[in-house]
Write a protein that binds this ligand. Structure first.
Ligand code: HEM
Ligand code: HEM
Length: 134
């Protein structure tokens, strides 16, 4: 598996743990206030990141480019700010709204970059093919 796919999965699982923790908090308290933070930590964090990681695992040459690594950094930075800012916003602190707005745009940029990766040409792989026994 390319290093970038491993990075995506290692990050995605952190968001699943955080997302589930928010879900448990809502279920146990009976107060479903932070639903949007829970939803987006799970769906943008865990599910979408795992899909990115899976795509790169099937397209290892694309996972080697600097652009793909930049896509990881921008997307991850966006969701790492968006998830806590949504949590705070849905707890009732309206001051977090501009932070959530800007970070959701950063997430969107990460998604557009991923679209560019998907539609882009397959670069020449620098990974040598595995030797097979004759
Ligand atoms: C043990 C794990 C989980 C717990 C305890 C939990 C708990 C909850 C609770 C209490 C709600 C609010 C329900 C409502 O008021 O309508 C909710 C909503 C939601 N959860 Fe979870 N959740 C868990 C895992 C997940 C995971 C892994 C995902 C996605 C991959 C997910 C996606 C959603 C979505 C999309 C909603 C919003 C549904 C709607 O709009 O009605 N949840 N969850
Ligand atoms: C930056 C990207 C995104 C933005 C800005 C965004 C924004 C929103 C907003 C404003 C709501 C309504 C929340 C409320 O009722 O208080 C919402 C709900 C929802 N979104 Fe997103 N969304 C994004 C990406 C996604 C993605 C990629 C998915 C699924 C893979 C998703 C799944 C949902 C679901 C299931 C709900 C309904 C449950 C809830 O209220 O949290 N969203 N989203």
């Amino acid at each position: 598996m390319p290093q970038l796919s491993r990075l995506f999965f290692k990050t995605a699982i952190v968001f699943l743990i955080v997302g589930i923790a928010m879900g448990l908090q809502m279920a146990i308290s009976g107060n479903h206030n932070v639903i949007a933070a829970h939803t987006h930590a799970n769906l943008l964090g865990w599910v979408t990141m795992a899909l990115f990681g899976t795509y790169y695992a099937f397209n290892p040459a694309k996972a080697e480019t600097r652009f793909a690594h930049l896509q990881y950094l921008i997307y991850t930075a966006g969701i790492a700010v968006l998830a806590p800012s949504l949590y705070v916003l849905y707890l009732g602190y309206d001051a977090a709204e501009p932070v959530a707005a800007v970070s959701s745009l950063v997430v969107f940029v990460g998604v557009l970059m991923f679209a560019a990766v998907v539609y882009g040409k397959e670069p020449k792989s620098t990974v040598l093919p595995k030797r097979t026994l004759a």
